[in-house]
Ligand binder design. Structure first.
Ligand code: PGA
Length: 249
């Protein structure tokens, strides 16, 4: 099975109309014919702007969250159908910052995954352990529990998801998991997906995220079960993001 890698930028709460325009124009000018799939996950107010900037390019637009609800009295949330109107192709779900600062549980993450899938948006489901959990030897149990909840609710279409392994201790810290550390967890996740969707598991993309940058991307992306990256800080600098894209083949 040919499986293209996916390089997704997670802008988090960064950007402005002017900065986005400069960044996306530089990306569009620099991508040419990439060997991988590319997305930028932008703050909701900028979806329309970025959608029009990437039109005609190989860059897709993603959201950073999606509501589990279809519509109604849920102040501040955006439904999958609304995102779909802006041609949103991907939605990050269960990022550790949402789990940590917004109390998102495994159940909420599973419901958000279902809402995205029901509307033709590919969820990028994030899992990952904290430093304390890693030091306590709980890494495997934590990521398996997080993914199991999503599989439990979405087992019938699990082959449609993207998984992102993001060790919390590596996010925004400049501390990257070594390729061996990352690959070990990715292999655990792959085995779990294999159990849930045997014939499709090899085709499910498992991204690595956590201080991936232009210097370390190639080595991480060379690992057998690393099928792309979810990139925060380095996705805000066009030359760095383009270098990561070039490393994904
Ligand atoms: P980082 O963020 O690349 O800045 O570590 C990754 C993420 O949180 O998705």
């Amino acid at each position: 099975m040919t499986k293209k890698k996916l390089i997704a930028g997670n802008w988090k709460m960064n950007g402005s109309l002017a900065a986005n325009e400069a960044l996306v124009k530089a990306l569009v000018a620099g991508v040419a014919t990439p060997a991988c799939d590319i997305a930028v996950c932008v703050p909701a107010p900028y979806l329309a702007q970025v959608q029009s900037l990437v039109t005609g390019s190989p860059i897709a637009v993603g959201a950073q969250d999606v509501s589990a609800q279809a519509q109604g009295a849920f102040t501040g949330e955006q439904s999958a159908t609304m995102l779909k109107e802006f041609d949103v192709r991907y939605a990050i779900v269960g990022h550790s910052e949402r789990r940590q600062y917004h109390g998102e549980t495994d159940e909420i993450v599973s419901a958000k995954t279902a809402a995205a899938l029901a509307n033709g948006i590919t969820p990028i489901v994030c899992v990952g352990e904290t430093l304390a959990q890693r030091e306590a030897g709980e890494t495997e149990a934590v990521v398996k529990r997080q993914l199991a909840a999503v599989i439990h609710v979405n087992g019938h279409c699990i082959s449609e998801i993207v998984v992102a392994y993001e060790p919390v201790w590596a996010i925004g810290t400049g501390k990257t998991a070594t390729p061996e550390q990352a690959q070990a967890v990715h292999a655990v996740l792959r085995a779990q997906l294999h159990h849930a969707a045997s014939e499709h598991a090899a085709g499910i993309r498992i991204l690595y995220g956590g201080s991936m940058n232009a210097a370390n991307a190639a080595e991480l992306l060379a690992q057998a079960d690393i099928d792309g990256g979810l990139i925060g800080g380095a996705s805000l600098k066009a030359p760095d993001f383009l270098q990561i894209i070039a490393a994904a083949r």
